[in-house]
Design a protein around this ligand. Sequence first.
Ligand code: SME
Length: 162
Amino acid sequence: MAETLILPESKEKKEVYETIIPQIEALISGETDYVANMANVAAALREAFGFFWVGFYSVKNGELVLGPFQGPIACTRIRKGKGVCGTSWDKAETIVVEDVDAFPGHIACSSASRSEIVVPGFNQQGEVAFILDIDSDELGSFDEADKEGLEKLMRRVEKLLQ
Ligand code: SME
């Protein structure tokens, strides 16, 4: 297991994602416990990008339930279709929110959160099994490079996160 995350000198998002995705895969591929793996993925993303909040919610008994995260304390349960997370689950697609105040029904776990991206992870039946949620304390932090990078990461590691 790699114990240190090696980051590129460039801060260009695409390059950072390309550098960290294989390292994250290597980091968690020897472990079968999904909580341990979610914890290390959240920590690696926080270390690489300095995100304000990064973490997971798993689908359990018809609700999203808070999993491992890095950042301030957060709400524990989210219903399908509620907030950005519940909407991403419902639509089974990534949602990029440039300004959380402009997203109807946004759930403000922290008043400091200004923009957000939520990426679903799928089980073998193609259903959403969990979501990855990342918050920024600045407006418009997430773009197509984050969507592409995080979706690529999820396709590579989602089996190890459930
Ligand atoms: N803002 C999210 C709730 C989760 S927290 O941001 C950690 C939402 O609207 O679903």
